[in-house]
Design a protein around this ligand. Sequence first.
Ligand SMILES: NC(=O)c1ccc[n+]([C@@H]2O[C@H](COP(=O)([O-])OP(=O)(O)OC[C@H]3O[C@@H](n4cnc5c(N)ncnc54)[C@H](O)[C@@H]3O)[C@@H](O)[C@H]2O)c1
Ligand SMILES: O=C(O)C(=O)C[C@@H](O)[C@H](O)[C@H](O)COP(=O)(O)O
Ligand SMILES: [Zn+2]
Length: 369
Amino acid sequence: MTDSTIVPVELGARRYDIYVGAGLLAEAGRHIRPFLKRPQLVIVSEETVAAHYLKPLTASLAEAGISARAIILPAGEGSKSFPTLERLLSELLDAEVERNDKVIALGGGVIGDLVGFAASILRRGVDFIQIPTTLLSQVDSSVGGKTGINVRQGKNLIGSFHQPRLVLADTGTLSTLSPRDRRAGFAEVIKYGLLGDAAFFDWLETNGSSVLAGDAAALNHAVVTSCHAKAAIVIEDERETGRRALLNLGHTFGHALEAETGYSDRLLHGEGVALGMALAFDLSVALGHCPEADAARARALIARSGLPVRIADLDGRFNADALIAHMKQDKKVEAGTMTFVLAHAIGDSFLSREVPEQVLKSVLEASIG
Ligand SMILES: NC(=O)c1ccc[n+]([C@@H]2O[C@H](COP(=O)([O-])OP(=O)(O)OC[C@H]3O[C@@H](n4cnc5c(N)ncnc54)[C@H](O)[C@@H]3O)[C@@H](O)[C@H]2O)c1
Ligand SMILES: O=C(O)C(=O)C[C@@H](O)[C@H](O)[C@H](O)COP(=O)(O)O
Ligand SMILES: [Zn+2]
């Protein structure tokens, strides 16, 4: 049996456990069997992940007496879209998935968000299980129940809250992840330090390179710490009526940049978040909330991790007004006013609706260069 850590997400009737450890995929059947009313399920994955991990997963399920049918979608952010959602729902119905069945999301944040959303509306709600295979999905997207797709008007604007029944984060699967995707996932790890845990940020300054290099102990510590941090916020504010919005540090900027780059390989979600966090610290300094020394430390770790800190670091031309127009579609807008996650210091973030548009624009223009 794998030596795994269990992080509970105590949400009453919707409670679940996150298992973190290397080798969990090989014992997935044993973990999943107690959740099934009948010994069959559907696995939804994408081409790249399926090539590596579909066989080991189906073998483990078969060992536990579970038969599995697979639906394989194209890889990439483009799959978080209405056409792919429609295709997926149609294939799940063709597979005669019943209301009491479980659907497995095997993949990164794209598959997790898409499958979670499909499950939440299929027959008015079917349970799903997350088997996240990217650093980003193990530290963030598989936890907390935010699901959805992107549309022209903005990122994740169509979606639902639908908690998984179980999360199996096999850190061994990260060995096949590309360095770029590893760095993008690391941005969300840095986020937990910046938003509320200065000691973890210190640890990342020393050990970040080991996490990025795939050192097993460092990776495990980063994933477990991140899952604990996210679970603590989610159980307090499942539906983001307040504090949960802190998990959005860097995202108002990042989502606007993702929309401007067409939800494509030009800018990965984690890259947008990294740059967005640098901008959130720049804005906090500009508004007099945060010492420049803290912003400089945040930017230094982000840049040292191979992630962008200025819009000028990206390919293409950007315009501050166009970015602000996207920000006005953000889900945190209230009575027409944007909400920003700002910082007093590293590890001390807060929400603010008092950001003059002129200051926002000048911070964006300075970053565009
Ligand atoms: N729901 C949430 O709370 C939440 C949180 C953060 C991010 N997100 C969403 O997550 C998405 C980004 O997730 P992501 O970074 O995992 O992207 P992703 O799912 O596109 O995966 C990134 C790339 O890695 C490949 N891949 C996945 N696992 C692999 C493995 N083990 N080995 C080799 N290649 C592998 C994929 O094919 C893809 O090319 C965005 O849409 C973002 O909005 C959601
Ligand atoms: O779980 C949350 O809450 C988050 O904000 C986590 C983010 O990392 C994630 O990217 C999330 O999907 C963004 O949420 P959104 O509500 O801004 O779409
Ligand atoms: Zn994110």
